[in-house]
Ligand binder design. Structure first.
Ligand code: SAM
Length: 182
């Protein structure tokens, strides 16, 4: 299966205008005060577990083995869950390029070409360093350290069986992914 960036047919102009809108959104002053740990998602997952898996009602998300399908280039949600102590794993078609890391960026250039490299470079430099600092700071408030277990960030098609043992997860979620699959 092709990488998500390769199946994107949007025009250059719409990509530039989308990036500009994102930049504007990110630069809004009230954005810097918002929480980066996805507490709303965590509450929603807890609610769903209790609703559909009542045997686990007392255990909640923290006692599940959790899978995120399509964690994205900046897998903050998955990283936060791991750091909070949840046994969380993920799979994505594309290798994540979070942070401003020379080797990961070089990998993007090799595998995905100059367009995605430029995007990752700018995002890494202007946003990821700041976001990771923010995650670290917010985790510290909760007595936790940033934990990035790369072995849990599988790369490949979620539909392939090879990534995980059968029946090994008790909760799976996916945000903003299935609507992008052709
Ligand atoms: C719009 S992004 C969403 C990323 C993340 N969930 C978020 O909320 O920011 C969609 C992600 O789904 C991944 N994806 C699409 N099809 C996939 C598949 N068949 N298996 C695994 N990941 C897939 C893409 O590589 C991309 O990173």
């Amino acid at each position: 299966m092709k990488s998500a960036s390769n199946v994107d047919n949007t025009t250059l102009i719409s990509k530039i205008s989308y990036s500009f809108e994102l930049l504007k959104m990110r630069l809004k002053p009230n954005n810097s005060n918002s929480q980066i740990i996805p507490w709303n998602d965590i509450d929603e997952y807890e609610y769903l577990i209790k609703k559909y898996y009542p045997e686990a009602a007392n255990n909640g998300l923290f006692q599940q083995k959790v899978l995120e399908i399509g964690y994205g280039a900046r897998p903050w949600r998955l990283i936060c869950l791991m750091s909070l102590g949840i046994d969380a794993w993920g799979v994505d078609l594309d290798k994540p390029v979070y942070g401003f890391n020379f080797f990961r960026l070089l990998g993007v250039l090799r595998n995905n070409g100059i367009e995605r490299f430029s995007k990752s470079f700018i995002r890494g430099l202007f946003f990821d360093i700041h976001d990771l600092k923010k995650i670290k700071k917010e985790l510290l408030i909760h007595g936790k350290q940033l934990k990035i277990d790369k072995s849990r960030l599988k790369v490949g098609n979620a539909a392939d069986e090879e990534h995980f043992e059968a029946n090994s997860f008790s909760f799976a979620f996916s945000e903003d992914v299935f609507e992008h699959i052709p």
